[in-house]
Design a protein around this ligand. Structure first.
Ligand code: PLP
Length: 441
């Protein structure tokens, strides 16, 4: 072979560590056998269970923190809940925006930003939450986060000490429960009525934090009345409680004018406001926003600076353009029509076919609703039988801390075409009619 080929082979062996070479010294074989290097790749995909659990039991934090599911597998089966219709996402437009933004990328963009996130997206979100959600804040209060989960964790790190009380809606979002429990808080589950969260006035507990979903309660769908909002702010003020307002999905409102955010009514700087792009754009984007009251801002930014710093720049810059160029508004308007049609298809068919067996809550906003069952129905048996009929039903119990007054199931409609919703309603009507669903029978 040619001299150049030999030289290149030697260079490669030196680079991989098999040979060592020194000028005037010669070239020597090192004691590294090829198999030592290759063994690295032979590890199993999962660590042995015993080793994993030993590592997980080391600190109080590691013992308290639970694995919180990601978003499940994409599904268009009736009545899958908690996800947007991803087949309707404008991937072509997104690809063009990503390409365009990337071609204009600057060294400043590649270097990154401070712990509050990309300035362009912070400004776009600042405009949006003021104009559309009635949030009152300065630009410095706006942080871009990796979804509501990160927002909850950041705020909890700053305000919660082990043993503090954390109030949350029950049934409610499991993510909030998991985060508060991980930080060692004692949970104060609080029921929800037709006006929103019922304030625990009789307990002497002074919650350090209260998690609420005023725009439409998760998972019951009710929106918090204006009177309850004012009462909640006064209640929090008396107890020195910080409110965490989760404004998820507020964009998808089908009737009436959206109520402005609770944060806009707050004059005492005690509301943290969070929103998410997970349902309006797509969950894998992992982007959301957090508006922090000024007294907490420095601590939240410092906390952020020692962990993720900020989400990836390119995605933030693309979302900023999506908002600034009006695509966001057009996308929300289009999706709202699609979801409203699906919501109506579910409700019409349910009224006709489930009367007396499963009562569907009409909702004003969101991507899913609830079906209430008659007392005594074995909800787990119903979910299992529904699954055999190709229907996904999830018991409301999985979102509840205390036993429920009435059994219920979550009914998603957002990912399912109207014809499939109607067919699902008919199949579930047959399951509901079959004997043996009442407890004890
Ligand atoms: C009540 C509630 N808040 C927020 C989220 C979104 O969380 P993230 O922004 O972290 O995706 C979800 C997702 O299911 C939710 O149900």
């Amino acid at each position: 072979v040619a001299q150049g080929t030999v030289d290149r082979a030697y260079d490669q062996l030196v680079a991989e560590g098999y040979l060592s070479r020194g000028v005037g010294r010669g070239t020597f074989v090192r004691g590294v056998r090829p198999s030592t290097m290759r063994d690295v790749r032979r590890l199993p995909a999962t660590a042995p269970a015993a080793a994993a659990s030993r590592a997980g039991g080391q600190t109080p934090w590691a013992r308290r923190v639970q694995l919180l599911d990601g978003y499940g597998a994409p599904s268009v089966r009736a009545f899958v809940a908690n996800g947007p219709a991803l087949d309707q996402f404008p991937v072509g437009l997104w690809a063009r925006l990503v390409g365009r933004r990337l071609r204009r990328i600057t060294s400043r963009d590649l270097l990154g930003a401070g712990p509050a996130g990309a300035p362009a997206l912070r400004e776009a979100v600042w405009e949006y939450v003021q104009a559309e959600r009635g949030v009152r804040c300065t630009l410095d209060q706006v942080l871009i986060v990796a979804g509501v989960r990160e927002a909850l964790d950041l705020v909890s790190r700053v305000v919660l000490r082990p043993g503090d009380v954390a109030m949350l809606e029950d049934p409610g979002y499991r993510g909030a429960r998991a985060v508060f429990a991980a930080h060692g808080a004692r949970l104060l589950p609080t029921p929800v009525d037709a006006e929103g969260v019922v304030l625990p006035t009789r307990t002497r507990a002074r919650p350090r934090i209260a998690y609420v979903t005023p725009a439409h309660q998760f998972p019951q769908g009710v929106h918090m009345s204006a009177a309850r909002r004012l009462a909640l702010l006064a209640w929090a003020h008396q107890r020195d409680t910080l409110i965490f307002e989760d404004d998820y999905d507020s964009e998808y409102r089908y009737r009436g004018r959206p109520l402005p955010a609770l944060q806009g009514l707050d004059t005492a700087q005690r509301v943290c406001y969070a929103g998410s792009f997970s349902k309006v754009l797509y969950p894998g984007l992992r982007l959301g926003y957090l508006v922090v009251p000024p007294p907490l801002l420095d601590a939240v930014l410092a906390t952020r600076s020692i962990s993720t710093l900020h989400p990836p720049m390119l995605e933030q810059l693309v979302v900023a353009e999506f908002l600034a160029d009006g695509h966001f508004h057009r996308h929300v308007r289009r999706m709202r029509e699609i979801y409203a049609e699906r919501h109506d298809a579910l409700l019409d068919a349910a009224r006709r076919e489930w009367a007396g067996a499963l009562e569907v809550s009409p909702i004003e906003a969101g991507l899913q609703t609830l079906g209430w069952l008659r007392d005594g129905v074995d909800v787990d048996a119903l979910c299992a039988r529904a699954a055999r009929a190709d229907i996904t039903l999830e018991s409301l119990e999985q979102w509840a801390i205390r036993p429920l007054a009435r059994p219920g199931v979550q009914l998603g409609f957002a990912t399912i075409a109207p014809a499939d919703l109607r067919a699902g309603v008919t199949r579930l009507a047959r399951v509901l009619e079959a004997p043996g669903l009442r407890g004890g029978s």
